[in-house]
Design a protein around this ligand. Structure first.
Ligand SMILES: CC(C)(COP(=O)(O)OP(=O)(O)OC[C@H]1O[C@@H](n2cnc3c(N)ncnc32)[C@H](O)[C@@H]1OP(=O)(O)O)[C@@H](O)C(=O)NCCC(=O)NCCS
Length: 209
């Protein structure tokens, strides 16, 4: 297992059969914390690809995978079988369930929640401050909440605090400004419901319940 040049701080546990590639940093101390002060746990059979940085204080399940150059900030909870694609960024205090796939170049800010089996396409941007840099912006940060099995198409932008219902499908390039009901397809800017996921033939064969 090549560990060449990987920097692993104290108080980091990585489960067995994991692969940590070159130039990875694990347990980077966030501002205000000493090195090793927060424990970092990554489960077994992880694959952390080169140039990824995982801050301290993350609790991550088994079979975690990153692409190259992924950034995971501190104090997140991430379940089993989660993968995060190349150049994606997960900020702090994010909750991610089991079997979640986050594609490449995705931005997930603080206080976002992504439930089990959700799928986030490439270049998707979540937001958490409706009025950036306003007086109370930092006190009222609220990320989107993606319910189980929902799928977010490429290049979509989600406004702060929107709830995307179970198994909903967000079209490519949508700007989601309000809650999306379960099982609905939305497209456009602002995103509007156009149909039920159950009307899309291709989904009849998938795992949508
Ligand atoms: C939303 C989506 C699932 C709809 O697929 P569909 O049911 O086959 O859509 P239809 O072709 O029946 O389109 C219905 C209408 O919505 C429009 N539409 C479809 N997708 C749209 C989108 N992303 N943005 C804006 N309008 C869209 C169509 O032009 C059509 O409009 P019209 O009725 O005026 O002609 C699909 O277009 C989409 O965006 N999929 C996500 C793709 C993606 O990001 N994949 C990531 C893989 S890397």
């Amino acid at each position: 297992m090549p560990k060449l040049d990987a920097l692993i701080f104290e108080n980091v546990t990585v489960g067995e059969d994991s692969r940590i590639e070159a130039w990875v940093i694990l347990g980077e101390p966030p501002r205000g914390y000493a090195a090793g002060e927060l424990s970092t746990v990554i489960g077994r059979q992880a694959v952390i690809r080169s140039h990824s940085v995982i801050y301290a204080g993350n609790q991550i399940g088994d079979r975690f995978q990153t692409g190259h150059g992924v950034m995971v900030r501190e104090l997140n909870e991430i379940g089993d079988d989660v993968s995060i694609g190349t150049h994606s960024i997960i900020e702090h205090h994010v909750k991610i369930g089991q079997r979640v796939r986050i594609h490449s170049n995705v931005f997930i800010p603080e206080y976002s929640v992504i439930e089990d089996e959700a799928w986030i396409g490439p270049n998707v941007v979540f937001t958490n401050a409706l009025y950036p840099l306003s007086r109370d912006a930092k006190k009222t940060l609220t990320g989107p909440h993606i319910l189980a099995g929902a799928k977010i198409g490429a290049n979509a932008t989600l406004l702060p605090g929107v709830i995307v219902g179970k198994n909903a499908l967000i079209g490519a390039g949508a700007v989601v400004v309000e809650h999306v009901p379960a099982g609905k397809v939305v497209v456009g800017n602002p995103a509007r419901v156009i149909k039920d996921v159950s009307e899309i033939e291709a989904y009849q064969l998938s795992t949508l319940a």
